[in-house]
Ligand binder design. Structure first.
Ligand code: FMN
Length: 193
């Protein structure tokens, strides 16, 4: 495992989803072999436009594709906006689902979590996100759902996710992600043998 890419579905500076991913970063970076962890800033991507794609796609899109193509795994944390993923995240996944037949998401291990100040932890956005990832042929990490409820109350004075219960759940998700990457690598090795 050499590279993990993090995607927050929220652009807000004080985002609880981005705080959850900063905690994921700390967990991954403390793992043996410490893979490189890179955040993908999806707010810089233009709206998907087939004409822009046909004319060579924007630099930010090409950079995002290259980053994902080089990653062993992605971790996506999403809020729920009216029961679905925010448009900015859907837009990023639409770009990453292209070009048709050569999406960098295809065969990529992706772990999903959600966070919200509400009592449901934005869990209602997770099925739609998983359906989207399935459509992109990503390998969604199998793990009991991680939905951080009352997420704003789990932050410390520095705005970091420090709640032990949350950190334990995130550690479990990171472990499952590492395992999924190892299993997939083993399967690819045996397919080549
Ligand atoms: C357009 C919009 C729709 C929202 N819909 C929901 C919702 O359906 N369920 C929910 O729990 N929170 C909803 N919220 C509140 C978000 O969960 C809350 O703003 C959360 O903090 C966003 O995540 P972030 O802190 O990572 O930005 C909505 C917020 C916005 C702006």
């Amino acid at each position: 495992m050499s590279r993990v890419v993090l995607i927050s579905g929220s652009l807000r500076r004080g985002s609880v989803n981005s705080a959850a991913l900063r905690a994921v970063r700390r967990i991954v970076e403390s793992a043996p072999g410490a893979p490189e962890v890179i955040s993908l800033p999806i707010g810089r991507l233009p709206f998907y436009d087939g004409d822009v794609e046909r004319s060579g796609a924007a630099t930010a899109v090409q950079a995002a594709r290259a980053l994902v193509a080089d990653a062993d795994a992605l971790v996506i944390s999403t809020p729920s906006y009216n029961g679905a993923v925010p448009g900015v995240l859907k837009n990023a996944l639409d770009w990453l689902s292209r070009p048709d037949g050569a999406s960098p998401l295809a065969g990529r291990v992706v772990a999903v979590l959600s966070a919200s100040p509400s009592g449901r932890g934005a869990i209602d956005a997770q099925p739609a996100l998983m359906d989207l990832l399935d459509a992109c042929e990503a390998v969604v990490v199998e793990h009991p759902p991680v939905a951080i409820r009352r997420a704003d109350r789990r932050l410390d004075a520095a705005g970091e996710m420090s709640d032990p219960e949350v950190l334990a759940a995130l550690r479990g998700l990171v472990d499952a992600t590492f395992e999924a990457v190892a299993i997939l690598a083993g399967q690819r090795r045996s397919a080549l043998a």
